[in-house]
Write a protein that binds this ligand. Structure first.
Ligand SMILES: Cc1cc2nc3c(=O)[nH]c(=O)nc-3n(C[C@H](O)[C@H](O)[C@H](O)COP(=O)(O)OP(=O)(O)OC[C@H]3O[C@@H](n4cnc5c(N)ncnc54)[C@H](O)[C@@H]3O)c2cc1C
Length: 462
């Protein structure tokens, strides 16, 4: 069977690699010249790596870690201790350190108890409030989708300070939106994993660039098995035969039509909406995608003439736009430049900042960074890189979860993959991997019941 996949981000690659493994002919079409989607990396004119985003991989990413292990890429990461280090002007650096020798959930509760910026009253209230995710399950968490996390947090008596110092930052790190904009389900899902799995809060970064460590090896594997990964190939329309309710091809920007037996969109939701024909927009399934909007975010790298933060882990900050950041030269020494800091920031919320010119944006980020790390004041900024992503992961606003589509569409030979599709995890690389695995399972179910047949053959639609 010939499978055509649009979108070469994590979801597209997981579908492609898995389908090749199952003996299918695969063509993966990616509009950009670089693979990996929001987890892509490329070199600038000086040979420095630029990443579309600072990417952290958690011990809770069982599907992604399993996938990489299966295809010989298990040794991709530098693992860091399970500790969330917060930088603030008032408290300097303070960490929530998951105590490795304690069982869950005590390892995390002990971490909260040791977190200096909170008073003992705050810690006690937080511990009591966290009993819900500790003793709850995914069903309980799913039911909290209509409420904002901030409202849920205050309603459970945890207080404003822990919201401002911890949970607001966590919401920004997870969805690039503040805690009063995201649904309670988003943050509670992360907490549920942390509360139940000892390995979940372990964090890792790719050893060097995801391009050389993940995407290029996967391309080589797919192509060695007869598949094709075509970069710089933008899908501009999904061709749909409304009478037969079948997709008949993906039309490319250069006028070519790519045809197959099964079609997968692994494009993000805003890109998918652009290529849907009128006949597909009629379906509530596709019309509901209008409720899913991308979060704006900015990735900035600042190259300094000396080492600054001195922390070999991620840093979170409360009350700035530097929601998560790291010194790449420390956390991934493969990027090392002789001990000089390469600070990479996830800048959010970015609704307003994304409109600023580069020099103004650098000024804002530097100003906040110097407040958190005063020794940066005397350092010389050698260069900066900026990547603006106006539509990144979908905004997990209260009440939108019900609009996320299943991977099987109402068109028997069209399937969706991508972190925004329905799966139990967050909008993340793990979520994209789960969506892709579910997409493959839906295709196989459809094949087994005869709902898909090679183009031109008779089709049974139940
Ligand atoms: C700054 C930033 C930091 C992040 N940090 C983390 C993190 O630490 N941990 C984590 O788990 N997740 C993180 N994420 C989220 C993670 O990157 C996404 O959840 C993941 O990349 C989603 O994968 P995907 O395959 O669904 O979509 P994408 O990665 O968006 O891939 C979709 C692909 O489709 C392609 N495409 C779009 N339109 C077309 C078209 N018309 N034709 C052909 N191809 C097309 C795109 O170019 C892209 O390559 C971060 C995201 C950002 C932006």
């Amino acid at each position: 069977m010939r499978v055509i996949i649009a979108g070469g981000g994590p979801a597209g690659f997981v579908v492609a690699r898995t389908m090749v493994d199952r003996g299918h002919e695969v063509v993966l079409l990616e509009k950009r010249a670089v693979p990996g989607g929001k987890v892509s990396a490329w070199r600038d004119e000086d040979g420095d790596w630029i990443e579309s985003g600072l990417h952290v991989f958690f011990g809770a990413y069982h599907h992604l870690l399993g996938f990489l292990e299966r295809y010989g890429l298990g040794d991709t990461f530098n693992w860091k201790p399970a500790e969330m280090i917060f930088a603030s002007e008032r408290h300097g650096l303070a960490g929530i350190r998951f105590v490795p020798w304690l069982p869950t959930p005590l390892n995390g509760l002990a971490g909260v108890a040791g977190f200096k910026p909170l008073s003992w009253g705050d810690k006690l209230r937080m511990g009591l409030g966290l009993m819900r995710p500790i003793f709850g399950d995914q069903r309980y968490v799913d039911q909290q989708d209509d409420e904002s996390y901030a409202s849920w947090h205050l309603r459970h008596g945890m207080g404003q300070r822990s919201l401002d110092e911890v949970m607001h930052t966590m919401a920004l790190a997870l969805n690039f939106q503040p805690a009063d904009r995201v649904s309670a389900k988003l943050a509670l899902t992360a907490m549920l994993h942390f509360a139940h799995e000892k390995e979940a809060p372990r964090m890792a970064l790719v050893k060097g660039s995801p391009d050389t460590n993940i995407w290029r090896p996967l391309i080589a594997q797919i192509e060695a098995r007869g598949g094709r990964v075509e970069l710089g190939r933008k899908v501009v329309a999904i061709k749909h035969d409304a009478a037969a309710n079948q997709v008949t091809g993906f039309a490319l920007e250069d006028g070519e039509m790519i045809t197959g037996d099964v079609y997968v969109s692994a494009m993000p939701v805003h890109s998918l909406r652009k290529v849907l024909p009128e006949s597909l927009r009629q379906f509530a399934y596709f019309d509901n995608l209008k409720h899913l909007k991308g979060s704006p975010v900015i990735t900035m790298q600042l190259f300094f003439d000396r080492q600054i933060a001195g922390v070999d882990n991620l840093l979170f900050s409360a009350g700035t736009h530097l929601s998560v950041y790291a010194d790449m030269a420390m956390v991934a020494p493969e990027y090392h430049r002789g001990g000089k800091s390469i600070m990479q920031f996830v800048v959010a919320p970015a609704e307003e900042l994304i409109k600023l010119p580069d020099d103004e944006l650098v000024r804002v980020v530097m100003e906040e960074f110097v407040r958190l790390h005063p020794n940066a004041r005397s350092a010389r900024l050698l260069k900066h890189t900026i990547v603006r992503i106006p539509n990144s992961v979908y905004q997990a606003l209260p009440g939108v979860d019900k609009y996320r589509p299943d991977q099987a569409s109402p068109v028997p030979n069209l399937f969706l993959a991508g972190d925004f599709t329905r799966q139990h995890f967050l909008a993340s690389i793990e979520g994209a991997t789960i969506s892709a695995e579910q997409c493959v399972a839906r295709i196989e179910e459809a094949l087994a019941r005869g709902a898909i047949a090679p183009a031109g053959a008779a089709i049974t639609v139940d």
